[in-house]
Design a protein around this ligand. Structure first.
Ligand SMILES: *Cc1c(COP(=O)(O)O)cnc(C)c1O
Length: 432
């Protein structure tokens, strides 16, 4: 039987010094109830909390841990690098090496700028798109999250949706006036916005596989349609590949789905668990960034040597082992089938959305294709299910609005363990 006495005490203590006891809201378990677990260490596919409980991990630090936690080559590379100082604020050759590596892996990257988070990457990409096109407005999709910069905090999915925040205090109408919203997978809505704001829209930013309203897949033709609309209207197509980059394939969603974006943003896997983001694209656009151009963007710790060596080591390995992606997709498909079978056994309607190693399930009888259909899922049931799994040693994201990130450290035995825990949790659900 799992007990959480140490986590309870740690949470009490944390709340006295940290808002809500957490440094990012999705960690707070607010939607599912209970207290967040405080973690001690992780290895491969397993997490260990400070009470000594062990969990099979489906969060993977929200994406970076694609080959599992404490991956030896990454850890050793960081240790070695740290001996030579943790930061210079001056160029290093390693920054060029990781840039060259990414160019060799990802389509449409001529130039790439490193930043410290996905948030920074997305806000910089929008600034660049505006600076390059001379237009101010942009389109984002309901339920897509592009970090917490002011202009993105409209219908923002993820924690904003989980906490049910309708409008974010502190974000002025002046900033969000230029943010236009369309439902995901709805090309007609996009066309309407473009017609209504002719020659005012700089870009469309989209999660090519959405992961911040749960996992939602692009319908056939949706991304191609966005590409065509952008071409016809001199708008830039920005793929937010913070989740999908180096995860959907070594070339991200662009390569997997065979669609060219003008600008891409990265985060999560790119830093192997250290704070890294990046934005990239064609030379013609990227050369508007300072110091080449006047679109200003900067960072004291950008290209930090520990972050760069961690990312470089992980990306090098992904580059050399395309079979990892096949293995990940096979494991995800195995889990998906297990979920569908076990829910059928309990007569519980479920939707499982999955592409590659991104997936999530919804307590919902109807397909989930956008934010509205995601939000129509049964949140109360998910919360009970979440806790049923947690006490059986399976750690899922604490919200139906969050994607699960599989790691290749997961074994079939781990997945069978997870499916069995789901079976038991569903029995518990129907019993009360
Ligand atoms: C996580 C995420 C971000 C924000 O990245 P941070 O590193 O948390 O700032 C942006 N876009 C997408 C699609 C994300 O999933």
């Amino acid at each position: 039987m799992y007990t959480y006495e140490s986590s309870k005490a740690a949470f009490e203590r944390a709340q006295k010094s940290i808002p809500g006891g957490v440094n990012s809201p999705v960690r707070a378990f607010k939607n599912v109830g209970g207290i967040p677990l405080f973690l001690e260490k992780a290895e491969g596919a397993y997490l260990y909390d400070i009470d000594g409980n062990k969990y099979v991990d489906f969060v993977g630090s929200w994406g970076p841990m694609i080959l599992g936690h404490a991956h030896r080559p990454v850890i050793e590379a960081i240790q070695k690098k740290a001996e030579k100082s943790t930061s210079f604020g001056a160029p290093t050759e390693l920054e060029t090496e990781i840039a060259e590596l990414i160019k060799s892996m990802v389509p449409n990257v001529d130039l790439i700028r490193m930043v410290n988070s996905g948030t920074e990457a997305c806000m910089s990409a929008i600034r660049l798109a505006r600076g390059y096109t001379g237009k101010n407005k942009f389109i984002k999709f309901d339920g897509c999250y592009h970090g917490h910069a002011d202009m993105f905090l409209v219908n923002a999915g993820s924690g904003v949706a989980t906490l049910n925040i309708q409008t974010v205090p502190g974000v002025t109408a002046g900033v969000t006036n230029d943010t236009l919203i369309a439902p995901y997978n709805d090309l007609e809505a996009v066309k309407k916005l473009v017609a209504e704001h002719k020659d005012e829209i700089a870009a469309i930013i989209v999660e090519p596989v959405a992961g911040n309203m749960g996992c939602v897949l692009p319908k056939v033709g949706f991304l191609d349609g966005l590409r065509a609309i952008c071409d016809e209207n001199k708008m830039l197509l920005i793929f937010d590949e913070v989740m999908t980059g180096f995860r959907q394939s070594k070339g991200g969603a662009q390569a997997r789905l065979n669609i060219d974006a003008d600008l891409m943003t990265f985060g999560k896997v790119i830093g192997a668990g250290l704070p890294v983001g990046a934005f990239a694209g064609k030379k013609e656009i990227m050369s508007h960034i300072a110091p080449l151009g006047n679109v200003y963007q900067a960072g004291t710790l950008s290209g930090n040597p520990l972050a760069m060596i961690a990312g470089f080591t992980l990306l090098s390995e992904l580059n050399l082992h395309p079979e990892y992606y096949t293995e990940l997709a096979e494991k995800a498909a195995y889990l998906k089938k297990g979920i569908i079978d076990v829910f059928a056994k309990h007569d519980e309607p479920v939707q499982v959305n999955q592409l590659g190693s991104m997936m999530s399930l919804f307590f919902n009888a109807a397909p989930v294709t956008d934010f509205a259909t995601s939000a129509a899922s049964d949140q109360a049931k998910f919360s009970k299910f979440f806790h049923g799994l947690l006490k059986r040693g399976v750690y899922l994201p604490a919200s139906q609005y969050e994607c699960w990130f599989l790691s290749n450290a997961l074994t079939i035995a781990d997945l069978d363990f997870t499916i069995k825990a789901m079976d038991e949790s569903l029995s518990e659900l129907s019993a009360n």
